[in-house]
Structure formats: C-alpha cells, structure tokens
Design a protein around this ligand. Structure first.
Ligand code: ATP
Length: 235
C-alpha cells in the first residue's frame, strides 16, 4: 500500500533523513522506532506532505506522491495524527471529531456512521461529547486525536508517539484501543520511542538512528535482538 523509497529529508541545508526505504501493506501495523531526534516525525511528515522530499519517492496505492500537497494526500486517505495530543481546546469533543471529517468529502458524507463507530470504540469520549476538550486529561486528549484521525476514514493512519507524556496506566489504555483498531483492519504506521510497547502492537518494525534505518524485521525477532535489547529495552 505504502512504499517509501530512498527518501531524503532536509531542513534548509541540514539533511536529517538519509535514504530511508520501507513499506506498509494494507491492514498491517508497522512501527518506526527510535529515540529523540532519530527522524521518526520527519518521515511521517514527508509521507503526509508537510515537509518536502529532498530525494526519493513516496508511492501510495500505486500512485506517486512525491510533490503533491498534503491536502491531496489527505483526500487520498493518508492521515497523520500529530504527537502531543494537539486538540482545538475551546471546541467540544464532538466538534473536534467533526473537524477530522471536514476536509475529506467521502468522510464528511459518512460522518454520522463514523461517529457512531467512534462512540463504541472510545466510550470515554462518548461520555464527554459536549464538553470543551480543554477539560480532557492528557490520555483523553491522545484518544481524541486518534479518534479525530479516524473520522477522516483513513486508508493509512500514521500515529506519532501516542505514548508521549502518558502515565503507564493510560498508556496501556491507549495501546488497547490501538490494538482494537488494528484488529478491525485499520492500516497503521506508528512512530514510537517506547519500543517494547510498539512491538507488542506492530507486526514489523524499523529502527531509526540519526535518520537512517539500522535494523528492521518482524516484531518477535526485534524483541529478541541483542542490539534492540541493549539499546532500547534496557536488558
Ligand atoms: P522526537 O521523538 O523527539 O519527536 P523524532 O525521531 O521524531 O524525534 P524528528 O522530530 O524527525 O525526530 O527530528 C529529526 C531531526 O530533525 C532532529 O535533529 C531535529 O532537531 C531536526 N528537526 C526536526 N524538525 C525540524 C525543523 N522544523 N527545523 C530544523 N530541524 C528540525
């Protein structure tokens, strides 16, 4: 479904992503792993078109998306959930959700059906629909941004660091929800520093260091890999 081929990204003269190659098949959950500054967010932004490619190609469902604006990629079902639970604080939970559907024609037409689905999967949000979202906890905000991404009926949902700043208990709740989405067949590209948690969810992973993929493989193999154990799992 998604092919990232030999991609380079630069901010001004500083290149931060170097020849990155990976793919995501339909219905898969794949993790981009790495510590702060490894380049995970820059890759997601290059796929969603928020930052331009310096080199390489992005193919999605057979179409080349190298230079298309992010709006066109969104319309084609590439949806990025930004890190840090960024919401519209003075809008209600329901209004935030509707914003997710508002920029994609297909999603807007089906918004009521999607909302009903979201209410089932995210009961915590369902209880707070008419409340201004600034009153949500950090974990609830994170749920809201994922739910808002789903309102666009994504073909590919890219989630940037869902565990950022969350307590272990809330983190488990978020990951349980993501597992539910994975099991429903939503295609997910996840960026995470929390390697142990991400590899429990994803079927495959790519480890990034200094903008380069240094290791990739099936999650069960990465969890047993000595380098991963030492560098990322504290074992
Ligand atoms: P984090 O987990 O901290 O978000 P990351 O793996 O997502 O890290 P990126 O945010 O992609 O990494 O950053 C990769 C490199 O690009 C870092 O060195 C960062 O300082 C740099 N960088 C990111 N955004 C910009 C920007 N807008 N301008 C200049 N440099 C940037």
């Amino acid at each position: 479904m998604l092919k990232v081929q030999n991609v380079d990204v630069a901010y001004g003269v500083i290149q931060v992503i170097h020849g990155v190659d990976f793919w995501v098949d339909e219905g898969e959950c794949v993790a981009l792993l790495g510590s702060n500054g490894a380049g995970k967010t820059s890759i997601l932004k290059a796929i969603s078109g928020v930052v331009p490619l310096k080199g390489g190609h992005i193919q999605f469902q057979g179409n080349v998306f190298d230079g298309q604006p992010s709006s066109e990629r969104y319309e084609n079902g590439i949806v990025q959930v930004a890190e840090g639970g960024k919401i519209f604080p003075h809008m209600t939970v329901r209004e935030n959700l509707l914003m997710g559907a508002s920029c994609r024609d297909k999603a807007w037409k089906k918004r009521q059906v999607t909302l009903n689905w979201i209410y089932e999967i995210f009961p915590r949000l369902n209880e707070r629909l008419n409340q201004e979202s600034r009153f949500l906890s950090g974990g609830e905000r994170q749920l809201l941004v994922v739910a808002r991404g789903l309102m666009a009926l994504p073909k590919l949902l890219m989630i940037d660091e869902p565990s950022l700043g969350l307590s272990p208990k809330i983190l488990l709740e978020i990951y349980a929800t993501l597992a539910m989405l994975r099991d429903e067949g939503v295609t997910i590209l996840l960026s995470e520093q929390n390697v142990a948690q991400a590899l429990k969810l994803a079927s495959r992973g790519y480890v990034l260091e200094n903008g380069r993929i240094v290791l990739d493989g099936l999650s069960e193999n990465l969890l047993e890999n000595d380098f991963v154990k030492r560098a990322y799992l504290g074992l």
